[in-house]
Ligand binder design. Structure first.
Ligand code: GAF
Length: 384
């Protein structure tokens, strides 16, 4: 059954259209977004779709093809936008409902909607399935309510939904990648100004592929480690007397080591060096092509493993085993504590690297990872 037919089944009328928004991988620039820094993600060729129609009242009815309690059962979650406060909606419905709530909070005239969501972005893999839902709903509402908001403005709405309705203190990267992505390109985003430049990422043309190794270790940004890393960054900026860690350069690190406690210093050093790596990667991509960024991917992983301490045994094994089997460079991607690693691999080595990682996970007694190639795709938009 098509998504439109399922929508008709669940809601008793036809949708106005179907919109889609992709997940993302981040090439480099981790935990830099909420420090006003630089990131270099791309929209992947796996997307979330939403069939949508507007309503004349303030009710939101949302259903999905994937929710654990309602999988295939047609469960419909109902909220009233007039009654909602931050944090009121629980579970995956907080993402779509949160977007409509955030639009209203920002002063936009939005009434209710009927929404049916389907997703090819694996959930919990660190590929931003949640941002994909937010962005698909955001572009649908933008068009159906004639709001005329830009991709950058919609990214802020998605971030607000995630921060205030879901309660995850995340930055702007994931929504920006999903909304601003372009086929064959990565998005070089300055998270302070929201200025985005598209940087060509010709993988296939250079005999390369980017492998995702989903460790199947689930992670949540609404709890624990993510928030504590963010707090450490704020403390670091405060002690150093700058608005954000973006304002420190590698030359400032010596002074920082004298002023900060050892752990906070390492958190700061990760962010400062990672910002420099993003800028170096963009230069290399523009001047030499994707093969040249491989050593930066390795350095980024070491920094996240040792300084920011957001890796885990499975991510480290994904990185090490892919490198040993011939990957040119490899790193964990996304918020950390689980999720996925990425490996830059020559096309001729794809099968060997995949098999070696599988074997290494089996030998370690870890859950079998999911391994697949992704390529840079277009950002969110209407599909029918
Ligand atoms: C998660 C967050 F949602 C992003 O904002 C970003 O901070 C990322 O972790 C780490 O770079 O995906």
């Amino acid at each position: 059954m098509t998504l439109v037919q399922q929508f008709e089944d669940r809601f008793g009328h036809s949708p106005v259209g179907v919109w889609a928004a992709p997940g993302r991988v981040n090439v480099i620039g981790e935990h830099t977004d909420y420090n006003d820094g630089f990131v270099l993600p791309f929209a992947i060729d796996r997307a979330t779709q939403v069939a949508a129609s507007v309503r004349e009242d303030s009710t939101v009815r949302v259903s999905s093809t994937f929710s654990s309690s309602g999988s295939g059962s047609g469960e419909v979650i109902i909220s009233d936008l007039d009654e909602l406060a931050a944090g009121d909606v629980e579970g995956w419905a907080a993402y779509p409902v949160g977007v409509l709530w955030a639009l209203r909070q920002a002063g936009h005239s939005v009434m209710g909607m009927d929404l049916l969501i389907d997703s090819q972005v694996p959930v919990g893999a660190g590929l931003s399935s949640s941002a994909a839902i937010e962005c698909a709903v955001a572009v649908a509402a933008n068009e159906l309510y004639g709001l005329g908001l830009s991709g950058s403005e919609l990214a802020l709405i998605g971030q607000r939904a995630e921060n205030e309705m879901v309660g995850a203190p995340t930055g702007l990267m994931d929504q920006s990648a999903s909304l601003l992505g372009k086929l064959g390109h990565a998005v070089f985003l300055d998270c302070r100004t929201q200025h985005a430049d598209l940087v060509p990422l010709p993988l296939q043309e250079n005999g390369l592929a980017l492998l995702v190794i989903d460790t199947r270790v689930s992670h949540s940004h609404a709890t624990g480690g993510y928030a504590s890393r963010r707090r450490a960054c704020e403390v670091g900026a405060d002690v150093m007397g700058v608005p954000a860690l973006r304002d420190l350069s590698e030359e400032d690190l010596e002074e920082a080591s004298g002023l900060l406690d050892e752990e906070t210093f390492r958190r700061v050093r990760h962010v400062v060096t990672e910002n420099a790596r993003v800028q170096a990667a963009v230069e290399l991509l523009r001047n030499e092509g994707p093969r040249a960024i491989a050593p930066l991917l390795d350095a980024s992983h070491v920094s996240m493993r040792d300084d920011f301490e957001i890796s885990c045994a499975e991510l480290d094994l994904a990185v090490e085993s892919s490198r040993e089997a011939g990957a040119l460079g490899s790193r964990m991607t996304g918020g950390g504590f689980g999720g996925s690693a990425i490996a830059l691999v020559q096309l001729a080595d794809l099968d060997r690297v995949g098999a070696a990682v599988m074997a290494a996970f089996a030998a370690a007694g870890f859950t079998e990872p999911a391994i697949f190639a992704v390529s840079p795709a277009d950002g969110a938009g209407r599909v029918s």
